[in-house]
Design a protein around this ligand. Sequence first.
Ligand code: F6P
Length: 311
Amino acid sequence: MVKRIAVLTSGGDAPGMNAALRAVVRVGTSSGLEVIGVRQGYTGLIEGIHVGGTMLGSARCAEFRTPEGRKRALQVLEQNRVEGLVVIGGNGSLSGAHALSQAGFPVVGVASTIDNDLNGADITIGVDTALNTALEAIDRLKTTATSHQRAFVVEVMGRSHGYLALMVGIAGGADVVVIPEVESDPNAVAEALRDAYARGKRHAMVVVAEGAKWNATALANYVTNHRERIGFELRATILGHVQRGGGPGAFDRLLASRTAAAAVDLLAAGESGVYTALVKGVISALPLERALIPKAPPDPELVKLAQRLAR
Ligand code: F6P
């Protein structure tokens, strides 16, 4: 029977991670477990464990990707008599969790990343809040864009997955959405914006994912370089880390509480090598190997919907 577990948050932080930490601590202690917090993700695991509260910090740890780093982490866990570990994070973090579990250490992951790029998960902790943050920014930009009849390109996070951009584009009324998974042409983007003006709109808006070839900077430069032919300017706003900050909304708090509680229950029941996530609307456990497989591109129906709504 597992008696002492540790928990860490790793990779990019996400709104809702603290709610997940609270659930791990409360559910763990209510099940008679001793729960230890590891500060600064896997770095904390390599450098040593400190008893912590909920705000544990997070990090991307290059050393943990090496066999020596993971060996050191396992030693630290052993020295601290930890018998199980909960890892809250995205695909990089869960890949690390998989490596520890392959080495024989009991680990259960909790799906958390604003990118929503975890294979198998419907929606991960932080996505909903990040979407709402981006939408609020877009609503604000629209007001000023309308006053000046301007065109804006808004860049949202998403290194390799366009989920956030697509959803923000659909919900925020973008005239064009540019994502890494779908090839785009800057001239076609400019045409779509021109078309928005021609239809009488008083502003025009492109939403792009940071990982797209034609990201905000590239698109704005293109329009500047072809200003005479295109006939209007394109202002760029990069939302960046603002989407990862701030308080989580109700959806993320609940998702975090439920998935983290399920992770602790699984660990206490002797399970390992899985991560908890919302799958087809149900809190489920998926094998950690799945987190190593890249998520499929967004549903083509959603890409089509974004295009239809823009006309
Ligand atoms: O994975 C989440 C994420 O916010 C990505 O959308 C973004 O590309 C990346 O993290 C940024 O990472 P960092 O904060 O380490 O620069």
